[in-house]
Design a protein around this ligand. Structure first.
Ligand SMILES: Nc1ncnc2c1ncn2[C@@H]1O[C@H](COP(=O)(O)OP(=O)(O)OP(=O)(O)O)[C@@H](O)[C@H]1O
Length: 563
């Protein structure tokens, strides 16, 4: 979305603009909707029926009169499970023929069916409401590993259901025990904020790097906590802390948070304590274990956090450089389980990856031509800096295309509005910087365009994997097109290896990087066996199990007693 008042980039004459708009319309694109950045903040409170901030989204409100399971709430159910932005594409099991490598002190028997997973009945019902019919490979192994009480390091491709892989077993495990374990909370029907406020003492903490991802995980938690007393909340920067604080004061069992806001809240002893934690999850763990986050992460993982042995730690990502894996071990028990779906940092064949040679000066025209070479569809365009994101958004907008943009210099109001416009399709073209888009899960993203490829000093091939993973999620198909020129030579060799590994065409201009055999520097075949370093008497088990949903169901796994 461009501002109404910003001068046109590229100095298009108004006649040309009209013609451009007409052309875009004829091609099937919706008309671009202007967004007034100068008044966006004032629109707070006038956003219609939608919540003003994502943190205010409705959740199941439990009262003790409910007994063991709360009654259904039709309107909330409609919002949680049938909202128009919810991914309903179903899982394409054919896309999941990966070797799954599981290392740990004990053999983990995979569950092939949610019915055999030993889930709490309410969780089983919530999984059904989510329309998750078949567990994905990471879920097949992660669910039993967590139910058996192991710390887990999970690595699986983008869009492969890692969030549910940890939320389903954690919440299921807590469902029968919430009454014993959870902190007291006020009755929501008679709640008086002046007298009834409580300190939030979550049982589950999920930390992730971006605000949008935190809201997305919170949404999944809202779905999976439905009809139970487990109360999810989210804390993230940018949005006013007042709303988030007020939610915490009503009680919180599952807290999803970005590190900055979490640390602020942790410093307010009356507001939040981590002393009751039973589970800490670090999502996008390789990102979170980078130096930039070190100060915050040591406060979060140190602080007043429950240090008892009954506190489990789980780390997940689609990419996990060896250095991050080594660091991760500092937080895990000796007997952790490591689950790898395919090679760590690999992608899947469902993304058709094209790399085209385009000099910088020709990129805008190439983008224009590319957008017109395909039917209109949700398109995510990555650039390497915020200014470029603004400029490109303006350029597309002035070409009559319904675009918007998101990056870290935008206010949270603007970020939430942009993402919403992208999701509902009023702005189906989103220009983004890489960082803001990690983990984003938006249905029907047909095309990811790397207008700028990530440089090796800013995420390199791992960043590439995360970016293209915004399409072809949960086994579906999508296209990723990357503009390449001599400035991208640093990523050339790794890019070629990824293309070969995922059975994509290597263009002529990249042939010089084709290796005789594809090997990965960080190939972890030589890696330490999870759970074997220091754990006396542990027997590492490595499984090479080509996942195939047609296989007979594996042994059912009983939930372990735990606490
Ligand atoms: N078993 C399942 N069947 C169908 N859909 C599922 C299943 N599990 C999860 N999903 C859906 O798949 C989508 C992708 O899941 P999720 O965002 O957790 O992927 P991810 O592995 O964390 O990806 P990324 O690495 O990009 O963050 C979500 O919309 C989620 O609702």
């Amino acid at each position: 979305m461009a501002t109404e008042s910003v001068p046109t980039v590229g100095a298009l004459e108004s006649d040309n603009k009209v013609a451009a708009l007409e052309r875009a319309k004829q091609h099937g694109w919706a008309e671009p909707i202007p967004y007034n950045y100068s008044t966006a903040e004032q629109s707070i409170g006038n956003a219609g029926p939608e919540p003003v901030w994502l943190s205010d989204s409705a959740k199941y409100e439990w009262t003790d009169e409910f007994g063991d399971v709360g009654p259904a709430n039709a309107s909330l159910e409609a919002e949680l499970y049938h909202g128009e932005f919810i991914m309903k594409e179903g899982i394409n099991v054919q896309a999941y023929k990966f070797d799954v490598d599981v290392n740990g002190p004990q053999k983990i028997h995979p569950v092939r069916d949610f019915d055999d997973a030993g889930l709490h009945p309410v969780m089983r019902e919530n999984v059904r409401l989510c329309q998750y019919n078949t567990p994905t490979p990471i879920q097949c192994y992660c669910i039993p590993a967590v139910l058996q009480g192991y710390d887990v390091v999970g690595c699986a491709q983008t869009g492969s259901g890692k969030t549910a892989a940890y939320l389903i077993p954690i919440l299921s495990k807590l469902m029968g025990k919430a009454r014993q374990l959870a902190a007291p909370r006020p009755n929501p029907t008679t709640y008086n904020p002046l007298t009834d406020r409580v300190r939030a003492e979550p049982l589950v903490l999920i930390v992730c790097p971006t605000r949008e991802l935190a809201c997305q995980i919170f949404d999944e938690a809202r779905r999976l906590c439905y009809r139970t007393m487990l109360r999810p909340c989210v804390a993230y920067g940018g949005a006013p802390s007042k709303n988030q604080r007020e939610e915490l004061e009503k009680g919180c069992d599952v807290l999803v948070a970005t590190p900055g806001r979490l640390c602020d809240f942790m410093k307010q002893n009356k507001l939040l304590s981590l002393a009751r934690l039973k589970f800490t999850v670090i999502d996008e763990a390789d990102e979170m274990l980078q130096d930039d986050w070190e100060e915050n992460m040591s406060l979060i993982l140190g602080g007043d956090s429950n240090e008892d042995a009954d506190h489990m730690y789980l780390l997940f990502s689609a990419t996990f450089p060896k250095q991050a894996r080594e660091l991760a071990k500092n937080y895990m028990s000796d007997e952790y389980v490591r689950i790898k779906v395919g090679r760590v940092g690999s992608t899947h064949t469902n993304i058709k990856q094209n790399v085209v040679f385009v000099e910088d000066a020709a990129k805008k025209q190439a983008l224009h031509d590319l957008v017109y070479s395909m039917p209109p569809g949700r398109t995510l365009i990555f650039v390497n800096n915020k200014r470029e994101a603004d400029l490109l958004d303006d350029y597309l907008y002035n070409m009559g295309l319904p675009s918007t943009s998101i990056h870290s210099d935008r206010t949270q109001r603007e970020r939430e509005d942009a993402l919403r416009a992208f999701k509902i399709g009023t702005a189906p073209i989103l220009v983004a910087t890489g960082v803001t888009a990690r983990g984003l899960d938006v249905s029907h993203v047909k095309h990811v365009i790397n207008y700028d490829l990530p440089s090796s000093t800013h995420g390199g091939i791992h960043e590439y994997i995360h970016r293209i993973g915004r399409t072809a999620r949960i086994g579906h198909e999508g296209i990723a097109t990357s503009f390449y020129n001599s400035r991208n030579e640093d990523i050339g060799p790794d890019l070629v290896k990824i293309l070969i590994e995922s059975k994509q065409e290597v263009p002529d201009f990249l042939q010089e990087y084709v290796p005789e055999t594809v090997t990965w520097e960080e190939d972890d075949s030589e890696e330490e066996n999870a759970g074997s370093d220091g754990g006396a008497g542990t027997t590492p088990v490595a499984e090479e199990t080509g996942f195939n949903a047609d296989e007979p169901a594996g042994e059912a796994t009983e939930p372990s007693g735990g606490w």
